[in-house]
Write a protein that binds this ligand. Structure first.
Ligand code: ADP
Ligand code: GLC
Length: 480
């Protein structure tokens, strides 16, 4: 049995702020259980729902020297849908209403997590062959495996994979601070290791020391070798390109299933969506207080409201988007400027725009199910899961051709009768607007063509099956 440990800062169903949690929580279930024992380790945040915290069982505890003090490390366990999740407990670090907050404090917190997590493995008595690390929060793990921890017998053969879900976030502070939090010596802070642009960089450590690097789509794997998308690390990505693989994300086809979804009022399938999906649309309009009109083109957005997601494009042409033959619903939280913008338009065009500025799993499902189109004009998008969810529910994505959006949404071609969505290339508000208008024309004037797009969208397979096989092949290549 090959043993793989995922280390990450979030995982569904316990704690989620974005797509990272969906991936870390859903991918482990999709490996061949005869061959792979995949477990997951995340912090035990106090903000994990009580229903889960109450059911965690205590495994063990120990004390670890960290920043000149002896610190408590508790290990808890929860077996969820057959997968063992470990939780690293230390309330002085993992309190708070959200997993992340203050940047500086987060650096200390996740440096602690990397060290405590590795130290916990011999205590648990479970020795993974590969530690699969996700994003900057676990960037120090590959570094430790090749250094301080790797020197011991228990860790000496352990391999690591570093998966980039978002290169924008790297865990950066001045060298002295990162040195102190990581406990790494001076010689790690050179430009071929953890130093970058005169700072210490935790993700860079992971990218230098991991045996293999992956990211979450083929296109993003190429893009990050360029200056525009490389976030200052494009040189490193080029240098490590032989070890860099793009593996596109999937989604959990049980959680996101228009036929079985308990959050939506009228389940439907690729066979009966023409009648049944519309019922969800009417129910959604009613819930949102929008005029109930099954014919009106209803666009949905479910997103973190940040620059990454292309909201400045939307801001530029919001008045034009909200013409009288469109309804728009937005569910999201994030930058105040975008929260404020959508609230403003909700007030200005109350009969067309609905701004829901909060986080809600049930409403997100109702939007994926009830809308006609889903707008995601990202500036960059490592993979993107929302468009996969939209496809699954036959809600036609309108996206910018970048990263995973380019790899998962195929542009409608009216001559060939192919495609699962609409897309545009340049980061330009009017190009986006033209594409929205084109989609709207097909919707209003060629309804049977539109329905065929919906049908094709619902039939593409973005479950984890194919991608899990690719990860298995990588694990095999490392384990030998
Ligand atoms: P990212 O991880 O960059 O935020 P993804 O598309 O990969 O983008 O994943 C976003 C995930 O978070 C999706 O599952 C989406 O449905 C969910 N999500 C984002 N904002 C909200 C919200 N306000 N309420 C519910 N779910 C949300
Ligand atoms: C990040 C990316 C997103 C990706 C997700 C899961 O949050 O922004 O594109 O889908 O990670 O890999």
């Amino acid at each position: 049995m090959k043993k793989i440990l995922f280390m990450a800062s979030e995982a569904v169903p316990f704690i989620k702020t974005g797509g990272l949690a969906d991936v870390v929580g859903s991918l482990p279930k999709c490996f061949d259980k005869e061959q792979y024992d995949v477990r997951v380790m995340i912090p035990k945040y106090l903000c994990i729902k009580e229903q889960f915290r109450n059911k965690m069982t205590f495994v063990d505890q120990f004390y670890m020297d960290y920043l000149g003090q002896s610190r408590y490390v508790g290990i808890l366990q929860y077996i969820y849908e057959g997968i063992t999740f470990y939780f690293i407990d230390n309330e002085s670090y993992f309190w708070g209403s959200k997993p992340y907050g203050d940047w500086y404090y987060d650096l200390e917190k996740f440096s602690f997590f990397c060290q405590a997590g590795l130290s916990a493995l011999p205590v648990i008595g479970w020795k993974p062959d590969v530690i699969h690390c996700h994003d900057w929060q676990t960037g120090l793990v590959p570094v430790y495996l090749k250094g301080r921890f790797g020197a011991g017998e228990f860790f000496s053969k352990m391999k690591s994979i570093m998966t980039i879900h978002n290169l924008k976030f790297q865990g950066v502070w001045d060298i002295n601070t990162i040195k102190r939090f990581s406990g790494l010596s001076d010689d790690y802070f050179t430009s071929d290791k953890l130093e970058a642009y005169n700072n210490g960089n935790m993700l860079k450590g992971g990218l230098v020391y991991a045996d293999v690097i992956t990211t979450v789509s083929d296109t993003y794997a190429e893009e990050i070798k360029t200056q525009f998308y490389g976030e200052g690390l494009d040189g490193l990505m080029r240098a490590r390109s032989a070890s860099l693989h793009g593996i596109v994300n999937g989604i959990d086809y049980d959680d996101f299933s228009p036929e079985k979804d308990r959050h939506i009022p009228y389940p439907y399938s690729a066979e009966n969506f023409r009648e049944e999906k519309l019922k969800n649309k009417l129910a959604l309009q009613e819930e949102l207080g929008l005029p109930k009109d099954s014919k009106k083109f209803l666009i949905g957005i479910v997103s973190r409201l940040t620059d990454q997601k292309g909201f400045d494009l939307i801001q530029c042409v919001m008045d034009e988007i909200c013409s009288d033959d469109v309804q728009l619903v937005v569910l999201g939280t994030g930058d105040e400027k975008y929260e404020g913008m959508f609230r403003h338009y909700d007030w200005k065009y109350h009969d067309r725009v609905s701004a829901q500025i909060y986080y809600s799993e049930p409403l997100s499902h109702k939007i994926y199910a009830g809308c006609d189109a889903f707008l995601m004009p990202s500036l960059f998008e490592p993979c993107g899961l929302s468009q996969l969810m939209a496809l699954r529910y036959g809600t036609v994505p309108i996206v910018r051709e970048t990263g995973g959006l380019k790899d998962t949404v195929w542009a409608y071609n009216e001559y060939e009768g192919t495609g699962t969505g609409f897309s545009f290339m340049n980061y330009n508000a009017h190009e986006m607007l033209d594409t929205i208008r084109y989609a709207k024309t097909v919707y209003y004037e060629k309804r049977s063509e539109w329905d065929k797009i919906v049908e094709r969208a619902m039939k593409v397979d973005f479950s984890w099956t194919a991608s899990a096989k690719k990860y298995e092949a990588l694990y095999d290549s490392l384990i030998g």
